[in-house]
Design a protein around this ligand. Structure first.
Ligand code: ZN
Ligand code: ZN
Length: 56
């Protein structure tokens, strides 16, 4: 289970990136060693979909 912190990103943060950062082991356990996480890669360079950003 993701920690409470992992599920509660602060305002302005991307939910997916926050979750993948704070619950990294769990979120990335299905990947092969050294395989990049497609979800993380798709957000690289600050390309976070607007609906995933926490609003105040
Ligand atoms: Zn993101
Ligand atoms: Zn990821």
């Amino acid at each position: 289970m993701p920690s409470k912190k992992a599920l509660n990103p602060p305002e302005g943060e991307c939910r997916q990136c926050w979750l993948h950062a704070y619950d990294s082991r769990e979120q990335h356990k299905h990947l092969k060693p050294r395989q990049d996480c497609p979800a993380c890669v798709s957000h690289m360079g600050g390309r976070h979909p607007e609906h995933m950003i926490v609003k105040g």
